[in-house]
Design a protein around this ligand. Structure first.
Ligand code: NAI
Length: 341
Protein backbone atom coordinates (compact mmCIF):
# COMPACT_ATOMS: atom_id res chain seq x y z
CA UNK A 1 0.00 0.00 0.00
CA UNK A 2 1.17 3.56 -0.77
CA UNK A 3 2.39 5.94 1.96
CA UNK A 4 -0.51 8.09 3.16
CA UNK A 5 -0.49 11.67 1.88
CA UNK A 6 -1.16 14.44 4.35
CA UNK A 7 -4.01 16.62 3.18
CA UNK A 8 -4.80 19.91 4.89
CA UNK A 9 -8.28 21.37 4.55
CA UNK A 10 -8.82 24.80 6.10
CA UNK A 11 -12.22 26.26 6.96
CA UNK A 12 -13.65 22.80 7.27
CA UNK A 13 -16.24 23.43 9.97
CA UNK A 14 -18.28 25.55 7.60
CA UNK A 15 -19.67 28.37 9.75
CA UNK A 16 -21.97 26.01 11.59
CA UNK A 17 -21.77 28.50 14.41
CA UNK A 18 -23.69 31.01 12.30
CA UNK A 19 -26.96 29.43 11.25
CA UNK A 20 -28.12 32.57 9.43
CA UNK A 21 -25.14 32.50 7.08
CA UNK A 22 -25.87 32.07 3.40
CA UNK A 23 -22.46 30.56 3.06
CA UNK A 24 -21.20 27.36 4.27
CA UNK A 25 -20.02 23.96 4.40
CA UNK A 26 -17.87 23.36 1.38
CA UNK A 27 -15.47 21.86 3.92
CA UNK A 28 -18.12 19.56 5.33
CA UNK A 29 -19.01 18.42 1.81
CA UNK A 30 -15.47 18.00 0.54
CA UNK A 31 -13.97 16.09 3.48
CA UNK A 32 -15.86 12.85 2.71
CA UNK A 33 -15.12 13.22 -1.01
CA UNK A 34 -11.40 13.41 -0.27
CA UNK A 35 -11.62 10.52 2.19
CA UNK A 36 -13.38 8.39 -0.43
CA UNK A 37 -10.53 8.88 -2.89
CA UNK A 38 -12.23 11.27 -5.27
CA UNK A 39 -9.47 13.87 -5.01
CA UNK A 40 -6.34 11.72 -5.00
CA UNK A 41 -7.54 8.53 -6.66
CA UNK A 42 -8.79 5.22 -5.30
CA UNK A 43 -5.35 3.86 -4.36
CA UNK A 44 -4.02 6.77 -2.33
CA UNK A 45 -4.43 6.57 1.45
CA UNK A 46 -4.42 9.84 3.36
CA UNK A 47 -4.25 11.57 6.70
CA UNK A 48 -6.58 14.54 6.96
CA UNK A 49 -5.48 17.71 8.73
CA UNK A 50 -8.51 19.88 9.45
CA UNK A 51 -8.25 23.52 10.50
CA UNK A 52 -10.78 26.08 11.58
CA UNK A 53 -10.89 29.02 13.99
CA UNK A 54 -11.61 28.97 17.71
CA UNK A 55 -15.34 29.90 17.52
CA UNK A 56 -15.84 26.87 15.27
CA UNK A 57 -14.10 24.43 17.62
CA UNK A 58 -17.21 22.45 18.52
CA UNK A 59 -18.31 22.09 14.92
CA UNK A 60 -14.78 21.06 14.00
CA UNK A 61 -14.85 18.34 16.65
CA UNK A 62 -18.14 17.12 15.22
CA UNK A 63 -16.49 16.67 11.82
CA UNK A 64 -13.60 14.91 13.49
CA UNK A 65 -16.03 12.45 15.06
CA UNK A 66 -18.01 11.88 11.90
CA UNK A 67 -15.21 11.13 9.46
CA UNK A 68 -13.98 7.99 11.28
CA UNK A 69 -17.62 6.96 11.70
CA UNK A 70 -17.84 6.62 7.93
CA UNK A 71 -15.04 4.00 8.05
CA UNK A 72 -13.46 5.20 4.81
CA UNK A 73 -10.85 2.59 3.86
CA UNK A 74 -8.37 5.22 2.59
CA UNK A 75 -8.63 7.49 5.62
CA UNK A 76 -5.87 6.55 8.05
CA UNK A 77 -6.01 9.41 10.56
CA UNK A 78 -7.89 12.65 11.21
CA UNK A 79 -6.27 15.58 13.00
CA UNK A 80 -8.45 18.56 13.79
CA UNK A 81 -7.10 21.72 15.35
CA UNK A 82 -7.27 25.49 15.49
CA UNK A 83 -3.48 25.71 15.61
CA UNK A 84 -2.10 26.75 12.24
CA UNK A 85 1.44 25.59 12.92
CA UNK A 86 0.41 22.12 14.01
CA UNK A 87 -1.97 21.66 11.09
CA UNK A 88 0.61 22.54 8.41
CA UNK A 89 3.14 19.96 9.59
CA UNK A 90 4.47 17.99 6.59
CA UNK A 91 1.30 18.43 4.51
CA UNK A 92 1.58 17.35 0.87
CA UNK A 93 -1.68 18.93 -0.27
CA UNK A 94 -3.38 22.06 1.08
CA UNK A 95 -6.97 22.93 0.20
CA UNK A 96 -7.61 26.46 1.43
CA UNK A 97 -11.31 27.09 2.06
CA UNK A 98 -10.91 29.17 5.19
CA UNK A 99 -11.69 32.83 5.28
CA UNK A 100 -14.41 35.40 5.73
CA UNK A 101 -17.14 35.66 3.13
CA UNK A 102 -18.25 39.02 1.82
CA UNK A 103 -21.50 39.80 3.59
CA UNK A 104 -24.26 41.91 2.13
CA UNK A 105 -23.31 45.58 2.12
CA UNK A 106 -19.64 44.82 2.74
CA UNK A 107 -17.11 46.55 0.48
CA UNK A 108 -14.68 44.29 -1.35
CA UNK A 109 -11.83 46.11 0.38
CA UNK A 110 -13.28 45.32 3.83
CA UNK A 111 -13.56 41.67 2.89
CA UNK A 112 -9.97 41.73 1.67
CA UNK A 113 -8.68 43.42 4.78
CA UNK A 114 -9.97 40.41 6.73
CA UNK A 115 -8.69 37.74 4.34
CA UNK A 116 -5.30 39.03 3.24
CA UNK A 117 -3.74 38.81 6.74
CA UNK A 118 -5.13 35.27 7.09
CA UNK A 119 -3.43 34.22 3.85
CA UNK A 120 -0.21 35.89 4.90
CA UNK A 121 -0.20 34.03 8.21
CA UNK A 122 -1.13 30.70 6.67
CA UNK A 123 1.48 31.13 3.94
CA UNK A 124 4.17 31.60 6.58
CA UNK A 125 3.02 28.47 8.40
CA UNK A 126 3.06 26.44 5.18
CA UNK A 127 6.45 27.89 4.28
CA UNK A 128 7.87 26.71 7.55
CA UNK A 129 6.11 23.41 8.13
CA UNK A 130 4.62 21.93 4.95
CA UNK A 131 6.37 19.37 2.75
CA UNK A 132 8.73 21.19 0.39
CA UNK A 133 6.74 20.10 -2.67
CA UNK A 134 3.31 20.80 -1.15
CA UNK A 135 0.60 21.46 -3.74
CA UNK A 136 -1.73 24.28 -2.74
CA UNK A 137 -5.23 25.04 -4.01
CA UNK A 138 -6.86 28.27 -2.80
CA UNK A 139 -10.65 28.21 -3.02
CA UNK A 140 -11.58 31.01 -0.61
CA UNK A 141 -12.40 34.36 -2.17
CA UNK A 142 -10.91 36.51 -3.54
CA UNK A 143 -9.27 33.26 -4.70
CA UNK A 144 -6.70 34.68 -7.14
CA UNK A 145 -5.47 37.34 -4.78
CA UNK A 146 -5.46 35.10 -1.70
CA UNK A 147 -3.30 32.69 -3.72
CA UNK A 148 -0.99 35.51 -4.75
CA UNK A 149 -0.51 36.58 -1.13
CA UNK A 150 0.12 32.96 -0.19
CA UNK A 151 2.72 32.72 -2.95
CA UNK A 152 4.47 35.88 -1.78
CA UNK A 153 4.73 34.72 1.83
CA UNK A 154 5.70 31.12 1.07
CA UNK A 155 8.66 31.73 -1.23
CA UNK A 156 10.22 28.31 -0.74
CA UNK A 157 7.17 26.45 -2.02
CA UNK A 158 7.69 26.16 -5.79
CA UNK A 159 5.61 28.94 -7.38
CA UNK A 160 4.02 26.48 -9.79
CA UNK A 161 2.60 24.63 -6.78
CA UNK A 162 0.32 27.48 -5.77
CA UNK A 163 -2.97 27.56 -7.63
CA UNK A 164 -6.50 28.88 -7.26
CA UNK A 165 -9.80 27.32 -8.21
CA UNK A 166 -11.53 28.22 -11.48
CA UNK A 167 -12.50 24.62 -12.19
CA UNK A 168 -16.01 25.20 -10.86
CA UNK A 169 -16.49 27.89 -13.50
CA UNK A 170 -14.92 25.58 -16.08
CA UNK A 171 -17.33 22.79 -15.18
CA UNK A 172 -20.26 25.20 -15.29
CA UNK A 173 -19.18 26.27 -18.78
CA UNK A 174 -19.02 22.64 -19.95
CA UNK A 175 -22.47 21.98 -18.56
CA UNK A 176 -24.01 25.08 -20.19
CA UNK A 177 -22.72 23.98 -23.59
CA UNK A 178 -23.88 20.40 -23.08
CA UNK A 179 -27.36 21.63 -22.22
CA UNK A 180 -27.46 24.02 -25.16
CA UNK A 181 -26.29 21.52 -27.79
CA UNK A 182 -28.15 18.66 -26.14
CA UNK A 183 -25.20 16.35 -25.60
CA UNK A 184 -23.69 14.81 -22.49
CA UNK A 185 -21.18 16.89 -20.55
CA UNK A 186 -18.51 14.25 -21.30
CA UNK A 187 -18.94 15.01 -25.03
CA UNK A 188 -17.83 18.63 -24.54
CA UNK A 189 -14.21 19.59 -24.02
CA UNK A 190 -11.72 22.44 -23.91
CA UNK A 191 -13.67 25.43 -22.74
CA UNK A 192 -11.46 27.99 -20.99
CA UNK A 193 -11.94 30.23 -18.00
CA UNK A 194 -9.60 33.15 -18.45
CA UNK A 195 -8.52 35.33 -15.57
CA UNK A 196 -10.19 35.29 -12.24
CA UNK A 197 -12.83 33.54 -10.22
CA UNK A 198 -15.29 36.39 -9.89
CA UNK A 199 -18.15 37.82 -11.85
CA UNK A 200 -15.74 39.42 -14.35
CA UNK A 201 -14.16 36.10 -15.39
CA UNK A 202 -14.21 35.29 -19.09
CA UNK A 203 -15.58 31.86 -20.02
CA UNK A 204 -14.63 31.17 -23.63
CA UNK A 205 -15.67 28.40 -26.01
CA UNK A 206 -13.81 29.40 -29.20
CA UNK A 207 -11.62 26.31 -29.00
CA UNK A 208 -14.15 23.97 -27.41
CA UNK A 209 -15.38 20.93 -29.27
CA UNK A 210 -18.22 18.44 -29.09
CA UNK A 211 -17.74 14.78 -29.91
CA UNK A 212 -20.71 12.87 -31.31
CA UNK A 213 -21.32 10.05 -33.77
CA UNK A 214 -20.35 12.59 -36.43
CA UNK A 215 -16.87 13.00 -34.95
CA UNK A 216 -15.37 15.96 -33.12
CA UNK A 217 -16.65 19.39 -34.14
CA UNK A 218 -16.07 22.91 -32.85
CA UNK A 219 -18.83 24.27 -30.63
CA UNK A 220 -18.82 27.37 -32.84
CA UNK A 221 -19.90 25.26 -35.82
CA UNK A 222 -22.66 23.55 -33.91
CA UNK A 223 -23.98 26.68 -32.31
CA UNK A 224 -24.02 29.19 -35.08
CA UNK A 225 -25.67 31.78 -32.86
CA UNK A 226 -22.51 33.70 -32.02
CA UNK A 227 -24.58 36.02 -29.84
CA UNK A 228 -25.35 33.19 -27.43
CA UNK A 229 -21.66 32.44 -26.91
CA UNK A 230 -20.83 36.13 -26.51
CA UNK A 231 -23.68 37.02 -24.17
CA UNK A 232 -25.90 34.49 -22.51
CA UNK A 233 -23.25 31.80 -22.14
CA UNK A 234 -20.78 34.20 -20.52
CA UNK A 235 -23.41 35.81 -18.28
CA UNK A 236 -24.85 32.50 -17.14
CA UNK A 237 -21.47 31.11 -16.14
CA UNK A 238 -20.44 34.38 -14.45
CA UNK A 239 -23.72 34.64 -12.54
CA UNK A 240 -24.24 30.96 -11.73
CA UNK A 241 -23.16 31.30 -8.10
CA UNK A 242 -25.63 34.13 -7.55
CA UNK A 243 -28.43 32.19 -9.27
CA UNK A 244 -27.79 29.24 -6.95
CA UNK A 245 -27.81 31.42 -3.84
CA UNK A 246 -31.16 32.80 -4.97
CA UNK A 247 -32.63 29.36 -5.56
CA UNK A 248 -31.18 27.51 -2.58
CA UNK A 249 -31.05 30.44 -0.16
CA UNK A 250 -27.53 29.18 0.44
CA UNK A 251 -24.39 29.15 -1.67
CA UNK A 252 -23.36 26.36 -4.01
CA UNK A 253 -21.75 23.65 -1.92
CA UNK A 254 -22.14 20.39 -3.82
CA UNK A 255 -20.56 21.70 -7.03
CA UNK A 256 -18.04 23.86 -5.17
CA UNK A 257 -16.84 20.79 -3.25
CA UNK A 258 -16.64 18.63 -6.37
CA UNK A 259 -14.53 21.05 -8.45
CA UNK A 260 -11.45 21.10 -6.17
CA UNK A 261 -11.43 17.28 -6.36
CA UNK A 262 -11.34 17.51 -10.18
CA UNK A 263 -8.63 20.16 -10.04
CA UNK A 264 -6.37 18.08 -7.79
CA UNK A 265 -7.05 14.72 -9.41
CA UNK A 266 -6.08 16.06 -12.83
CA UNK A 267 -3.07 17.89 -11.46
CA UNK A 268 -1.75 14.88 -9.53
CA UNK A 269 -2.66 12.08 -11.95
CA UNK A 270 -2.62 13.99 -15.26
CA UNK A 271 -5.20 15.14 -17.79
CA UNK A 272 -6.44 12.69 -20.42
CA UNK A 273 -4.83 13.17 -23.84
CA UNK A 274 -6.20 16.11 -25.81
CA UNK A 275 -8.06 17.59 -22.85
CA UNK A 276 -7.25 20.75 -21.00
CA UNK A 277 -8.66 22.34 -17.90
CA UNK A 278 -8.68 25.81 -16.38
CA UNK A 279 -6.61 26.67 -13.35
CA UNK A 280 -5.46 29.87 -11.71
CA UNK A 281 -1.69 29.93 -11.29
CA UNK A 282 1.27 32.25 -11.22
CA UNK A 283 1.38 33.69 -14.68
CA UNK A 284 4.36 33.51 -17.02
CA UNK A 285 3.37 36.33 -19.36
CA UNK A 286 1.91 34.09 -22.09
CA UNK A 287 -0.83 35.51 -24.33
CA UNK A 288 0.36 39.04 -23.63
CA UNK A 289 -1.01 39.05 -20.10
CA UNK A 290 1.21 40.81 -17.56
CA UNK A 291 3.24 38.55 -15.29
CA UNK A 292 3.17 38.44 -11.51
CA UNK A 293 -0.51 37.80 -10.95
CA UNK A 294 -2.44 34.62 -10.37
CA UNK A 295 -4.45 34.32 -13.58
CA UNK A 296 -6.57 31.45 -14.86
CA UNK A 297 -5.65 29.86 -18.17
CA UNK A 298 -5.86 26.50 -19.98
CA UNK A 299 -3.42 23.86 -18.77
CA UNK A 300 -2.54 20.24 -19.38
CA UNK A 301 -1.14 18.15 -16.56
CA UNK A 302 1.31 15.29 -16.56
CA UNK A 303 3.07 13.54 -13.68
CA UNK A 304 2.06 16.12 -11.10
CA UNK A 305 3.04 19.16 -13.19
CA UNK A 306 0.89 21.55 -15.22
CA UNK A 307 1.89 23.32 -18.39
CA UNK A 308 0.09 26.09 -20.14
CA UNK A 309 -1.67 25.34 -23.45
CA UNK A 310 0.06 27.70 -25.85
CA UNK A 311 -0.56 28.96 -29.36
CA UNK A 312 -4.33 29.39 -29.17
CA UNK A 313 -5.68 32.09 -31.45
CA UNK A 314 -7.11 35.00 -29.49
CA UNK A 315 -9.67 37.17 -31.26
CA UNK A 316 -10.35 40.83 -30.53
CA UNK A 317 -13.37 40.13 -28.34
CA UNK A 318 -11.32 37.77 -26.16
CA UNK A 319 -8.34 40.11 -26.10
CA UNK A 320 -10.36 42.97 -24.61
CA UNK A 321 -11.88 40.75 -21.93
CA UNK A 322 -8.58 39.08 -21.03
CA UNK A 323 -6.82 42.44 -20.68
CA UNK A 324 -9.63 43.93 -18.57
CA UNK A 325 -9.39 41.02 -16.12
CA UNK A 326 -5.60 41.37 -15.88
CA UNK A 327 -6.11 45.02 -14.99
CA UNK A 328 -8.67 44.08 -12.30
CA UNK A 329 -6.25 41.59 -10.81
CA UNK A 330 -3.37 44.07 -10.79
CA UNK A 331 -5.65 46.58 -9.03
CA UNK A 332 -6.71 43.92 -6.55
CA UNK A 333 -3.07 43.03 -5.88
CA UNK A 334 -2.47 46.67 -4.92
CA UNK A 335 -5.48 46.70 -2.62
CA UNK A 336 -4.22 43.46 -1.04
CA UNK A 337 -0.80 44.95 -0.41
CA UNK A 338 -2.38 48.05 1.12
CA UNK A 339 -4.22 45.73 3.55
CA UNK A 340 -0.88 44.48 4.83
CA UNK A 341 0.44 47.88 5.84
P1 NAI B 1 -17.89 29.40 4.90
O1 NAI B 1 -17.85 30.85 5.26
O2 NAI B 1 -19.02 28.58 5.32
O3 NAI B 1 -16.62 28.65 5.43
C1 NAI B 1 -15.44 29.28 5.66
C2 NAI B 1 -14.83 28.63 6.88
O4 NAI B 1 -13.57 29.25 7.08
C3 NAI B 1 -15.62 28.80 8.19
O5 NAI B 1 -15.75 27.55 8.82
C4 NAI B 1 -14.74 29.73 9.02
O6 NAI B 1 -14.85 29.50 10.40
C5 NAI B 1 -13.37 29.36 8.47
N1 NAI B 1 -12.31 30.32 8.71
C6 NAI B 1 -12.37 31.67 8.81
N2 NAI B 1 -11.16 32.17 9.07
C7 NAI B 1 -10.30 31.12 9.12
C8 NAI B 1 -8.93 31.01 9.39
N3 NAI B 1 -8.17 32.08 9.64
N4 NAI B 1 -8.38 29.77 9.37
C9 NAI B 1 -9.13 28.68 9.14
N5 NAI B 1 -10.45 28.73 8.90
C10 NAI B 1 -11.03 29.94 8.90
O7 NAI B 1 -17.68 29.38 3.32
P2 NAI B 1 -17.90 28.23 2.23
O8 NAI B 1 -19.21 28.39 1.59
O9 NAI B 1 -17.55 26.90 2.78
O10 NAI B 1 -16.84 28.72 1.16
C11 NAI B 1 -15.47 28.71 1.43
C12 NAI B 1 -14.79 29.75 0.57
O11 NAI B 1 -14.79 29.36 -0.79
C13 NAI B 1 -15.46 31.12 0.60
O12 NAI B 1 -14.45 32.11 0.64
C14 NAI B 1 -16.18 31.19 -0.73
O13 NAI B 1 -16.34 32.52 -1.17
C15 NAI B 1 -15.22 30.44 -1.61
N6 NAI B 1 -15.75 29.87 -2.83
C16 NAI B 1 -14.92 29.84 -3.92
C17 NAI B 1 -15.31 29.23 -5.07
C18 NAI B 1 -14.39 29.18 -6.25
O14 NAI B 1 -14.83 28.69 -7.30
N7 NAI B 1 -13.16 29.63 -6.19
C19 NAI B 1 -16.64 28.63 -5.19
C20 NAI B 1 -17.42 28.69 -3.99
C21 NAI B 1 -16.97 29.28 -2.85
Amino acid sequence: EKEPMKVLVTGVAGMLAQPDSLFGQIGYAIAPMIARGIMLGPNQPMILHLLDIAPATEALNGVKMELPDAAFPLLKEVHATTDITETCKDVNIAIMLGGFPRKEGMERKDMMSKNVPIYKEQASALEEHAASDCKVLVVANPANTNALILKEFAPSIPEKNITCLTRLDHNRALSQIAERIKVYVTDVKNVIIWGNHSSTQYPEANHATVTSINGERPVKELDTDDLWLKNEFINTVQQRGTAIIKARKASSVLSAASAPCDHMLDWVLGTPKGIWLSMGAYFDGSYGIPKDIIYSFPVKCEKGKWSIVKGLKIDEFSRAKMDAIAKDLIDEKEVAHSCLN
